[in-house]
Design a protein around this ligand. Structure first.
Ligand SMILES: [Zn+2]
Ligand SMILES: [Zn+2]
Length: 263
């Protein structure tokens, strides 16, 4: 007897089922109460007796019931040999493996992982072409890598991001770490504007306007997002600056000077 979930008859059936289940529990409860075994004894850890029987595992088939009888019949034959007698001292233990069924063949036991980590283009803004789709960034002067754990796009906001310079001759590595509460593409528009206008009042503008450099050498990715507060984001930004050493040889030099009070 069955009834589809959501059908008219499902609730009455569910009630019947629960009532039956409750009744079964009551029966078990009664058994415990009526028995003369004290509660403590029931809760005690039971030491398992060691099993030396050799297991035989076969895929289940109703016709295989005969195996048990065959094993029993052939046991004397095994005992005729001294070595085999040691191994098969007792009857082998028969186990059945579940045979393939429709459910096993059709239903996947795990859901495919759909979320990729890294920064991805939204495919409808000017920032898309500068996005670096990687989930790992090498940390300069170390053997380590920084791993990005979540999915981000140009439209992600509340993030700590990183600029890198693809120019091979670039001595600094051209890494800049920044943070923004705005969408990445909005923040990026500001940086792009600075570079396009050859404005040198920001470290990013200065770097990508320098010799052998252009806007095309810039790549951007998000290191982390989903911060609870602006303060948490700013602290993380600073941590990343230290990790990627951008305060000494990257593009965050200006911040260092500001922090130290150098005009
Ligand atoms: Zn985009
Ligand atoms: Zn550079």
């Amino acid at each position: 007897m069955g009834s589809a979930i959501g059908s008219k008859m499902a609730p009455p059936y569910a009630n019947l089922f629960m009532a039956q289940l409750e009744e079964n529990f009551l029966v078990i409860d009664d058994q415990i109460h009526n028995s003369q075994i004290p509660r403590d004894t029931l809760l005690d850890y039971k030491e398992k007796t060691e099993n030396i029987r050799v297991p035989i595992v076969v895929t289940y088939n109703p016709q295989l019931n005969i195996i048990r009888k065959i094993a029993r019949d052939l046991q004397p034959m095994l005992h005729a040999d001294t070595r085999l007698k040691q191994i098969f001292l007792e009857l082998p233990l028969l186990f059945y493996r579940q045979p393939p069924n429709l459910r096993k063949m059709i239903v996947r036991s795990a859901l495919p992982t759909t979320t990729k980590a890294g920064t991805f283009p939204c495919n409808r803004c000017e920032t898309c072409k500068y996005i670096l789709c990687k989930d790992q960034v090498p940390i300069p002067n170390t053997q380590k890598v920084y791993t990005i754990l979540d999915y981000y796009s140009c439209a992600s906001c509340n993030v700590v991001y990183m600029f890198t310079c693809t120019t091979t001759s670039c001595s600094t590595g051209g890494i800049y770490i920044g943070e923004t509460g705005q969408k990445l593409r909005t923040r990026m528009n500001h940086h792009r504007h600075k570079i396009n206008n050859k404005s040198c009042d920001t470290p990013v503008g200065q770097h990508f306007c320098s010799q052998n450099h252009s806007l095309q050498d810039m790549q951007i990715l998000i290191l982390k997002g989903y911060f609870k507060t602006e303060r948490e984001r700013k602290i993380y930004e600073f941590k990343c600056m230290e990790l990627f050493n951008t305060l000494r040889q990257g593009l965050n030099l200006e911040i260092k000077q500001n922090c130290l009070g150098i005009p």
